[in-house]
Design a protein around this ligand. Structure first.
Ligand SMILES: Nc1ncnc2c1ncn2[C@@H]1O[C@H](COP(=O)(O)OP(=O)(O)O)[C@@H](O)[C@H]1O
Ligand SMILES: [Mg+2]
Length: 323
């Protein structure tokens, strides 16, 4: 069913490990191209596994088509359940994608936090505008349904700086789906970034507005070093904690240290009501305007994150567990 390259220890580097997934960087010594790949081994079963196979199949087809607009995603090389796994019983999904050379936004943000003079606001906004462009490409409905990522956060965004213009691509499709697909088996994204309606599974929650909320949280973290919540994220806080917090909160308050016009955009993106958030295309226009308006002499001084980023939780809302 699938032939995953034999992992040659010398050519393989473990880059991330959780209860749910192991992720390796792999420099092929046997593939004709000798390219670098990412191999992700994800615990997946039942309806979630079926959903992932369907999603990856569609993405691979779109990426292979010369007519479809390019997706801002790592190129899918192979995927499937290796022989010996008892599909659809508990099993492992192997996914091989091309490695994107660049830095995750998490690496960029931690580099900026160590820069004593801070970072030109314009440079940060220009990079974030590239992320908004990528989000607009995902949410595009030309020739296909919009793709909702659901786990937009710093470690799931890779930026490259070819031709001096930053370009952003998303990785980690564990929570992604094409709008209109069944969503029962799909887990929600990471606490702190996931929109309240996604955690709640409120009627009508599947929408590009969910990614706009997570984008707002990501921008806040890049520019300030922390998420837009009045406490430090704690891995012990589960879904119930976050649901109660959002229920008791009227509105999130972006940091007072940010310029008023940046705060205004974040207020809108982080609205607890998805209908009040800007559309993805409006978001692109507004963040580009901000990048043009703020001049290169203005600096922001993000601090180091106060806590390690939280992993994508294990608990899907109403679906089989992943681990
Ligand atoms: N295609 C890729 N190109 C470059 N880096 C990648 C790629 N896929 C994964 N990574 C790196 O591996 C890390 C973990 O991968 P990810 O798919 O996000 O796993 P997890 O489900 O554990 O979050 C990412 O934060 C990134 O640093
Ligand atoms: Mg990830």
């Amino acid at each position: 069913m699938l032939s995953v390259p034999t992992l040659v220890p010398a050519a393989t580097e473990l880059v991330a490990k959780s209860q749910r997934a192991h992720v390796y960087k792999y420099c092929s010594t046997t593939e004709p191209s000798k390219d670098t790949y990412c191999i992700k081994i994800l615990q997946a079963e039942g309806a979630f596994l079926r959903h992932q196979l369907h999603l990856l199949e569609r993405i691979a087809r779109l990426q292979a088509s010369s007519e479809a607009a390019p997706l801002p995603l790592a190129r899918v090389a192979r995927f499937g359940v290796p022989q010996g796994s008892q599909y659809p019983k508990p099993s492992q999904l192997h996914l091989v994608t091309r490695w994107i050379e660049g830095e995750t936004l998490a690496q960029v943000a931690s580099r900026w936090a160590r820069t004593p003079q801070g970072v030109p606001l314009q440079e940060a906004l220009t990079m974030l505008a590239a992320v908004a462009d990528a989000l607009a490409a995902l949410a595009s409905d030309s020739g296909r349904q919009p793709l909702i990522h659901q786990d937009i956060k710093l470690s799931n965004i890779v930026v490259t700086n070819n031709d001096t213009r930053p370009r952003a691509q998303f990785i980690d499709l564990d929570t992604a789906f094409f709008l209109g697909d069944p969503v029962e088996a799909i887990p929600f994204g990471s606490f702190g970034y996931a929109a309240p309606e996604c955690l709640e599974r409120r009627e009508g929650w599947p929408s590009p507005a969910a990614d706009v909320f997570s984008f707002g949280a990501t921008v806040h973290e890049v520019l300030t070093g922390s998420l837009p919540h009045p406490f430090v994220s704690n891995p012990r806080n589960g879904r119930q904690f976050w649901l109660t917090y959002y229920r008791r909160t009227d509105a999130l308050s972006p940091s007072e240290n940010l310029p008023a016009d940046v705060r205004e955009l974040l207020d809108a993106c982080l609205s607890l009501d998805p209908q009040m958030r800007p559309s993805v295309s409006e978001l692109v226009a507004r963040i580009r305007q901000l990048a043009e308006r703020h001049n290169a002499t203005e600096h922001i001084r993000p601090t180091s994150p106060k806590s390690a980023p939280l992993p994508t939780p294990l608990e899907p809302p109403c679906a089989p567990t992943l681990a």
